[in-house]
Design a protein. Structure first.
Length: 299
């Protein structure tokens, strides 16, 4: 956080920070051209420093360039609905509808054993008025907690489940049978309430009311009250940045560093495409990355 508002990276990328706690626009890159390794490293470090970065003026790229760009951040996840492009998760919102906008503070896929580390969202048909995306720094949210609360939550883990959080019947997920399938496909996982970033060691809140059921080893009500207390932090404007979509824009966020919220006030239909990448399980305080653990075993 000690950088000035505007700076240039070693490989020549321009960085313009949008808010002190979170968010920066990166310029000086054309995603139609191959991304050099020094630029890739700068993109990763800029993302890790600011939690979410944005690119403009990339309307001339397509799926192949989107995919190549996502690979800068990790291995693309290929569980999307289109067999021809399984890395794409379509993000579709109807004008005036709250459905499909994810209008709750959340981090993507924290109900998975290996959640998406970084998500790369590209505007295909953005909404010219409304339909913004807000991001909140989970690092600032953690750092701003009272010291005794930080200590209290240090080694806690929360239970997360996709199926348990879904209504048994709604338009997106269909019937009760579909719900049973979901439950079988996505068994419950336990995630750290405070995550530690594998590349930087940054600590961040990872629990969120959207995907957390309760806290391991605590009465359900007590755990849920604690998760609600922690999630209130994401609502502080000083931890947030709000991104207005435009043609050719991309948003790249680290799911371990920020929470996000789709503002459901799109005045036209909106269509974005997301590619997410994985890097490994979410680490808590005291956990070692799998690569380090393996090295220690063979040492
Ligand atoms: Fe999301």
């Amino acid at each position: 956080m000690d950088q000035p508002r505007e700076y240039r990276t070693a490989s020549g990328l321009g960085v313009y920070r949008l808010q002190p706690a979170v968010g920066a626009v990166v310029s000086g890159i054309d995603l139609a051209a191959p991304i050099a390794e020094d630029q890739a490293e700068d993109l990763r470090q800029t993302l890790y420093a600011h939690g979410v970065i944005f690119l403009r003026g990339q309307a001339h790229i397509g799926f192949a360039e989107h995919l190549a760009f996502a690979r800068v951040f990790g291995e693309p996840i290929d569980d999307g609905p289109d067999p021809a492009r399984p890395m794409i998760t379509p993000v579709r919102s109807k004008a005036g509808s709250r459905e499909g906008t994810a209008s709750v503070w959340h981090t993507d896929g924290c109900y998975l054993p290996v959640p998406p580390a970084v998500s790369v969202l590209r505007a295909i048909e953005p909404c010219p008025f409304g339909g913004d995306t807000c991001y909140a720094s989970a690092v600032a949210a953690y750092a701003g907690l009272p010291e005794d609360l930080r200590q209290e939550i240090e080694s806690l883990r929360f239970r997360s489940s996709l199926a348990e959080r879904m209504p048994k019947k709604n338009d997106s997920f269909g019937t009760a049978e579909k719900w049973d399938e979901l439950r079988a496909k996505y068994p419950e996982v336990h995630q750290p309430v405070v995550s530690v970033h594998p590349a930087t060691g940054a600590r961040a809140l990872y629990a969120n009311t959207t995907w957390s059921l309760d806290i391991e080893g605590m009465p359900v009500e007590v755990g849920q009250a604690l998760i609600r207390r922690l999630s209130e932090e994401y609502a502080r404007p000083e931890y947030q940045v709000r991104w207005q979509w435009e043609p050719g824009a991309l948003a790249i966020w680290d799911n371990r560093l920020v929470m996000h919220y789709g503002v459901p006030d799109q005045t036209t239909d909106r269509y974005l495409e997301r590619i997410s990448v994985k890097q490994g399980p979410i680490l808590g305080i005291g956990d070692r990355p799998a690569s380090v653990a393996a090295e220690l075993q063979t040492a």
